[in-house]
Write a protein that binds this ligand. Structure first.
Ligand SMILES: [Zn+2]
Length: 569
């Protein structure tokens, strides 16, 4: 036995022991050695004694001693593993302390939750989990004009489905009195003022980087203006503005709005308040007062970072770390409400759960699993490059989850009749899954079956075909209908294998196939195909929402007794 192979055995055994709490086994080391040194496959007897001796010597030493030996002799063994872990999860945080990290997800209840919300929720919740901290769900409900209970409920349902867990659930509007208190503090320190300019004047001044006359008003006048906002002023007649920097290159800093008057009824608070904080002000105060240590938002909010910090600095409040990630959107599947709402209003898309949409309801209905979304999002990490992900990228994650749970069923498109002569049995039993034990199903048959037109086109008179799970048929006649003789113990190699359904008990369903919704910014008129197909009666026994693989077609999800939706290949 040469030294080189003994060294290799020791290295493999050390690595395996170190990865398994200090213990390894002969057979594991042997299989790893044979994997990397195939020349030993015929010489197992020569090395098995050495393996056994080395394994027991390594199992005797402590985990620390094993690590020390690895660090000294094989430092590379430790490195690649760390790299892989980094790629699979989120990068570690700066200034994060185990047990002290608090993150948050603050969705506004102004629309149905979509894949972009999923990304923000999952990243924030995952960081809290990584550091044994907390994640807060804060429903950001301070713009009554746009917000509704319907959306609030949909967000809750979507997050439940995703399986994202929160330690605290609250509404931004729970803290209205705190916003007022901080607003008054800013006014009284001269850092905020009431502006009664017209909307056009304000935006013109912003563009020209000019301050308006209101900003010269004294504290007393601003206090009076603030009081008037609660009763006398009408919406649009007065706002509170932060004294930022009208000359700043960052337009967000040019004396932004802190409060405005909104008279629409709030969906839970009714008419209790009419002066509402702006998004930026609410986020700044809430993140600080909720104890948020790390706040992650998508990149389009990056310019607001300076403003949030400026508000908190002015008030002498603690600032959280603000991190950013790229917005997640699939190619040809826009998430913008401005684009989706008209499609629904015009009837081009049925509702927010239409399987062509990137909303969480639609993805669920299409057969995408929450676990797949989570893995997919974490695989993207924190990259800031704003690229459109192809939907296939999510599909490949989803396939791993659905494959093991999908029952295999036969489905026929554009049925062609096939009559089988000499059939000597009246039912077959077919396994529900090729590998996993999901049981079998019994299909009643007689001489009349359907096969797909597509398959029928390839069949030649005189040839044999194999009907999956049933047996071989020698085709004797091809006309409008096909005819053939059943062949006992027919060959299984080199033969066309096709699926079929029994005519007497086939069940007709509609199969929806979602395609890309937009092609080059134009609505795709063919984005939803509808096929009338025939499947087995067993379909009726499946629960709504079950995932199916139609053999030789693809994964689909049962939507109802009469409709299934194509998930992906
Ligand atoms: Zn003004």
């Amino acid at each position: 036995m040469d030294d080189e192979i003994r060294k290799e055995i020791r290295k493999v055994a050390l690595q395996n022991a170190f990865e398994h709490e200090g213990k390894t086994q002969d057979k594991i080391v042997l299989s790893k050695i044979l994997g990397t040194k195939p020349e030993y496959r015929t010489r197992v007897k020569e090395i098995i004694g050495d393996i056994s001796e080395i394994v027991s010597s390594i199992n005797e030493i402590s985990l620390d001693a094993q690590k020390k030996e690895i660090v000294e002799n094989y430092p590379n063994l430790l490195k690649p593993k760390e790299k892989i872990e980094e790629r699979e999860g989120l990068p570690p945080l700066d200034e994060a302390i185990q047990g002290k990290v608090i993150t948050r997800f603050p969705p506004e209840p102004n629309g149905y939750p979509h894949i972009g919300h999923a990304k923000a929720a999952i990243i924030n919740a995952e960081y809290a989990k990584m550091y044994n901290g907390k994640c807060i769900l804060r429903i950001d409900d301070t713009n009554p004009e746009a917000e509704r209970m319907e959306y609030h409920a949909a967000i809750k349902v979507g997050l439940d489905w995703l399986g994202v867990e929160f330690d605290v659930i609250k509404n931004t509007s729970d803290d209205m009195e705190l916003f007022y208190e901080k607003g008054i503090e800013l006014i009284n320190s001269g850092k905020a003022y009431v502006c009664t300019c017209k909307r056009e004047t304000i935006s013109k001044n912003r563009k020209e980087r000019k301050a308006c006359k209101c900003s010269l008003g004294d504290i007393k006048k601003n206090n009076q203006g603030w009081e008037k906002m609660f009763e006398k002023f009408k919406p649009g007649e007065a706002i509170v503005r932060f004294r930022g920097d009208m000359k700043s290159d960052n337009a967000v800093m040019r004396d932004p709005v802190l409060f405005r008057i909104i008279e629409e009824k709030h969906y839970t608070l009714g008419e209790k308040y009419r002066v509402w904080p702006s998004y930026d002000f609410a986020v700044a105060i809430e993140d600080s007062s909720d104890g948020i240590t790390h706040a992650f938002r998508s990149k389009e909010f990056e310019l607001r970072k300076d403003l949030i910090n400026a508000i908190l600095d002015t008030l002498g409040m603690r600032k959280p770390y603000q991190g950013f990630f790229s917005r997640l959107e699939f190619k040809g599947m826009p998430i913008s409400k401005r684009i989706l709402r008209p499609l629904i209003e015009e009837g081009k898309v049925s509702w927010y759960d239409d399987p062509r949409l990137p909303t969480l309801e639609a993805l669920r209905r299409r057969g995408i699993k929450a676990e797949a979304i989570k893995k997919f999002i974490l695989s993207l990490g924190l990259t800031k490059a704003n690229t459109l992900a192809p939907f296939d990228a999510l599909e490949s994650f989803n396939r791993k989850f659905v494959d093991s749970d999908s029952i295999r069923l036969f489905m026929v498109q554009k049925p062609k009749k096939l009559r089988i002569h000499n059939l000597s049995f009246s039912f077959v039993e077919v396994p529900n899954h090729p590998i996993k034990d999901m049981g079998k199903r019994k299909i009643e048959i007689d001489e009349n079956i359907f096969i797909s037109e597509n398959d029928a086109q390839d069949i030649k008179e005189g040839s044999q075909i194999r009907l999956l799970g049933l047996g071989n048929v020698a085709i004797t006649k091809i006309n409008e209908e096909l005819e053939g003789d059943f062949v006992e113990n027919g060959k299984t190699f080199n033969i066309q294998k096709i699926q079929w359904v029994s005519q007497k008990n086939s069940h007709e369903i509609k199969l929806l196939i979602p395609n890309q919704l937009f092609i080059e910014d134009k609505f795709n008129e063919n984005s939803l195909e509808e096929l009338e197909v025939y499947t087995e009666p067993h379909y009726l026994k499946l629960k709504e929402g079950e995932e199916i693989q139609f053999v030789r077609f693809g994964y689909c999800r049962k939507d109802s007794q009469n409709q299934a939706i194509f998930t992906h290949k």
